[in-house]
Design a protein around this ligand. Structure first.
Ligand SMILES: *Cc1c(COP(=O)(O)O)cnc(C)c1O
Length: 386
């Protein structure tokens, strides 16, 4: 990796990752199962559920995308079904719907959390039902680590008896009303890709409500082998288990998670301070005390009329010249060529956010020097010194 480049979010090792990886080598557990896989699952489960009255289980998988795919399968989603999905998100939230031959129905965001809009969700459900098809599941995302409106979404899901899949890929360490993201829905998914708050180099997890559901997920993730001495299968299986080497990295990363959340939140404070006297730029914040974001990425929105003509693309290109990475918010799925035929319910909120929003470098490992470079770079874009 280019040392001079300041990345949006880069891997940050804690220290003990190699110890766990070495153990795997010493014991020859170089396979998609082993003590690190079990230990990593236990670590995540303890982290999510220890301070909670809720119960759950965790299956470590090869990616967050695989976890979403399995969650949809376990909810019985089949070809021709419809699945409701937050439009403003990473494509991985929606692609597994298409893997199953089902149709994604995209829903707009609201402005408080940038996530699934409860009003549009209700409108969509009622309309799909009136057209003769009740949606099979709702995929809600905690974008950039900001919890979605959990109570409202759950209330609607209960009213219409539609299960929820919680995409917590970006939200490990975030909480809503004191409960951890990843514990609010029928299934939740986590991601440990290289740019997430913790990484296993590549990996994910499915969080289930019961041990039995976890076992079913592991069964499907390991080629759906029936109990027999030979290889026998009565169901289609997948090769989705996490490697014991990757899980070793994950064990080391879990030890550092709390520190990573602190550091990301400090980066967010850094931007709040930096933009406090720049007119027309808003740093995206939690709507109230119920929401505790890990601030995986810090997000700003620019109002060109108030910044004196500087829009998000001006700022992005200015930073790019300084070798500082920034990126527009996720382009909504209903605007993507690949999903152009999918139904969408909304009023243009996600489109506006995509137009005006920018993610800024948010890594937990940004040095003081790098922070100074970011600060100077941003201020020079707005012709200010500090
Ligand atoms: C990263 C991410 C995923 C997918 O996780 P992978 O481990 O990369 O497959 C899904 N949803 C969201 C919102 C993500 O950011």
């Amino acid at each position: 990796m280019n040392k001079d480049k300041i990345w949006l979010s880069s891997p940050h090792m804690g220290g003990n990752e190699q110890k766990f990886v070495n153990e795997a080598f010493e014991e020859n557990w170089v396979a998609p199962l082993g003590p690190n896989v079990n230990g990593f699952e236990e670590d995540i489960k303890n982290y999510l559920f220890n301070d909670s009255s809720k119960e759950g289980a965790v299956a470590a998988l090869s990616s967050g995308t695989a976890a979403l795919h399995l969650a949809l399968i376990m909810l019985g989603v089949k070809a021709g079904d419809e699945v409701l999905c937050q439009s403003m998100t990473f494509a991985a939230s929606a692609n597994p719907i298409a893997y199953l031959g089902a149709t994604p129905v995209f829903i707009d965001s609201e402005e408080e959390t940038l996530n699934l809009c409860p009003n549009q969700l209700r409108i969509a459900i009622e309309d799909r039902i009136s057209k003769g098809k009740k949606p099979k599941a709702i995929i809600a995302v905690h974008l950039y680590g900001m919890p979605y409106q959990v109570d409202k979404i759950n209330e609607i899901a209960r009213e219409f008896e539609i299960p929820v899949i919680e995409d917590a890929a970006e939200a490990l360490g975030s909480t809503y009303k004191g409960e951890k993201c990843g514990t609010f829905a029928d299934y939740a998914i986590l991601s440990f890709n290289g740019n997430k708050i913790i990484t296993t180099s590549g990996g994910g997890a499915l969080v289930t409500k019961s041990q039995a559901d976890k076992e079913k997920a592991v069964f499907l993730a390991t080629q759906a082998r029936d109990a027999a001495p030979h290889y026998q299968h009565s169901e289609i299986g997948y090769n989705y288990r996490l490697s014991n080497i990757s899980a070793g990295i994950g064990r080391g990363q879990m030890e550092a998670l709390d520190k990573r959340v602190d550091a990301r939140r400090q980066m967010h404070d850094f931007y709040v301070d930096l933009f406090s006297d720049i007119e027309g730029v808003e740093v995206f914040n939690a709507p109230n005390k119920d929401y505790f974001a890990n601030h995986w990425l810090s997000v700003v929105t620019l109002d060109e009329e108030k910044t004196g003509g500087i829009n998000r693309e001006n700022l992005r290109l200015h930073l790019e010249k300084l070798n500082i990475e920034s990126r527009p918010l996720w382009k909504p799925m209903h605007m993507q060529p690949v999903f152009e035929n999918a139904p969408f319910y909304g009023t243009g909120v996600a489109e506006q956010l995509f137009e005006n929003g920018l993610c800024l470098p948010s890594g937990s490992n940004l040095t003081k020097e790098e922070q100074t470079r970011i600060k100077t770079g941003i201020l020079s874009c707005f012709n200010k010194q500090k």
